[in-house]
Write a protein that binds this ligand. Structure first.
Ligand code: SF4
Length: 553
């Protein structure tokens, strides 16, 4: 018997329970409570937050260093309220690495500095914020994925959520439950980098933006022996193992003398067609400076995620009919500081102020929602993103040119580049072909102790994925035959095998050449969708609750 999709009505639905949307929901609810305490006409909007992770914070991953500026604005007593801060930055170092050598940069430029920043696990911060949202009376649905927008009269009027209990072929299993239709007056998209719902909305409501660009960060948390680092020590690295043509770098943050975050950001641009972000982190850890710290330690958690790195010029329109875009979905990342959580929170606060006005005047028109853009342009978040807008672009001509230009920009912000680039380069326009693009990476064998294979890392990602569900990675059979197994193989040796940090893509040769998809390994990092040179991969959300289960990330 066919089961009907149930429909629930809300005033506001937040898609994604990251720092942007949780800050937004909490701030909005508090403004409403303050209003109701002073006014005879109470406002009672219904608010829901959904997230595809199986618990709050499950899919949140970052270094993470938090500039507390936005948090202080809406949660001045965050420390007293138990915000899970591990340490405050106590010491900073910047290094340039060669394979066996290290060169300390004599001072950390102010624009790079993390003075006053908080070290924390983003997944724990998300869980704490979800708890605070719950205390404010906000309904939070985890294990719930937004699969598509619900469009009515040309407006986004809600979302469809995922069906539960379909088998590999799409048939209903015994435990089948149809997804819901969550109707709303405004949908707030805060899915993080390259969200699936936002992708669909970008096609339905194209904006003038030249499009986003991305990097991939791969991160591990380690327990290390005492006596090597002090709580709050922050070290950032350029150079090894990347060539001078590639953008990227590593980090090491000491949450305590025995718990560290170590990670590496790899560019997925024209100079890194065969980029292997997981391998870059493994090789980075073998540098003597890092190896000395890790020896005797244990890796306790591993994960990966793309980072939106296009900055101000790549930001999409922040609103559309019936929706707002927050946080990294809106590209709120300052690559110069390698920070975005504070900008994500600030965008959430500005969205909340816009939503409050909309609820107050019962006006959810495009004009009303568009005031979010004005709020953003008048905020410190815009100022910060404007000041750093050329930083990442400066590295398009290689590390040394980038360091020179970035240094110049830091000293004289207005004179850094002859003119602001109006559009981003097509990340694949200069994609080198197989013959010229194979980097000379020596044969690498993980030792299972300091370095790990992709499969070994997955054991520490707390992955969960029902194998008997429709494959969430879609590539047309004709594209597999014509592109993957012929054109892409000949030109790039199938970069998906390299750039996916979870070994999801595997080219097999027996009995006949085929592309095998190990979809249950997927970390939801979205690298494949942003790095696929032929655009043949579509990543759609699997059943809610699938994917990694981060806790220390
Ligand atoms: Fe990341 Fe999953 Fe794509 Fe692999 S298949 S690159 S883990 S999103």
């Amino acid at each position: 018997m066919k089961q009907e999709r149930e429909s629930l009505e809300f005033d506001i639905v937040f898609v994604g329970a990251g720092p942007a949307n949780l800050a937004s929901a909490i701030h909005l609810q508090r403004m409403i409570k303050r209003h109701n305490a002073q006014s005879g006409i109470p406002l009672e909007p219904s608010i829901a937050v959904i997230d595809k992770g199986r618990y709050p914070g499950a899919h949140l991953l970052s270094g993470a260093l938090l500039d507390p500026r936005a948090l202080e604005e809406f949660f001045p007593d965050y420390r007293e309220q138990g915000c899970p801060i591990e340490a405050t930055v106590s010491k900073e170092k910047l290094w340039f690495l060669q394979s066996k050598k290290k060169f300390p940069i004599p001072f950390v430029p102010k624009k790079f500095s993390n003075e006053g920043a908080l070290l924390l696990s983003l997944s724990r911060l998300g869980a704490w914020m979800a708890e605070k949202a719950d205390e404010e009376g906000i309904q939070l649905f985890d294990s719930t994925a937004a699969t598509a927008p619900f469009i009515e009269n040309g407006n986004v009027a809600g979302i469809f959520t995922d069906d539960k209990g379909r088998d590999r072929e799409g048939n209903a299993k015994a435990n089948f439950e149809p997804g819901l239709l969550l109707k709303s007056k405004v949908t707030v998209i805060g899915e993080g980098s390259d969200g699936s719902l936002f992708r669909q909305l970008s096609t339905l409501y194209p904006s003038e933006s030249p499009g986003q660009r991305y990097e991939t960060g791969v991160k591990e948390s380690w327990r290390i022996a005492e006596g090597k680092l002090k709580a709050g020590e922050v070290q950032q690295f350029f150079g090894y193992p990347l060539s001078a043509e590639s953008y990227g770098g590593g980090w090491l943050y000491a949450f305590s003398p025995t718990l560290i975050s170590i990670g590496f950001i790899s560019s997925l641009g024209p100079d890194s067609p065969l980029c292997n972000p997981h391998l870059n982190l493994q090789r980075f850890k073998l540098h003597p400076l890092l190896a000395k710290i890790l020896i005797g330690g244990t890796m306790v958690e591993s994960g990966a995620r793309t980072i939106s790195s296009g900055g101000l010029d790549a930001m999409p329109q922040l609103y559309g009919p019936g929706f707002l875009v927050t946080g990294e979905s809106a590209g709120m990342v300052n690559m110069q500081r390698h920070k975005g959580i504070h900008l994500a929170m600030k965008s959430g606060l500005l969205a909340a102020e816009t939503l409050f006005e909309a609820v107050l005047h019962n006006d959810f028109s495009n004009e009303r929602l568009g005031s979010y853009t004005e709020r953003f342009k008048n905020s410190w978040a815009f100022e910060e993103l404007h000041a750093s807008r050329n930083y990442r672009k400066a590295f398009d001509n290689g590390l040394y040119a980038g360091l020179f230009q970035a240094g110049f920009q830091i000293s004289m912000p207005g004179l850094s580049l002859p003119k602001t680039q109006q559009s981003l380069p097509d990340p694949f326009s200069g994609l080198k072909k197989r013959e010229s693009a194979f980097p000379a990476i020596p044969e690498f064998r993980a030792d299972g102790y300091k370095t790990f294979s992709k499969e070994q890392s997955l054991f520490r990602s707390n992955l969960m994925h029902d194998e008997n569900q429709p494959c969430h990675l879609q590539i047309k059979a004709q594209d597999i035959a014509e592109i993957c197994l012929k054109k892409c193989l000949a030109e790039f040796n199938n970069p998906c095998q390299h750039f996916c940090p979870a070994a999801v893509y595997e080219i097999t040769t027996e009995p006949v050449p085929a592309l095998k998809l190990n979809a249950s390994n997927c970390l939801h990092c979205k690298t494949c969708e942003v790095a696929d040179p032929y655009g043949v991969i579509t990543w759609s959300v699997p059943e809610g609750g699938s994917g990694p289960g981060y806790n220390m990330s």
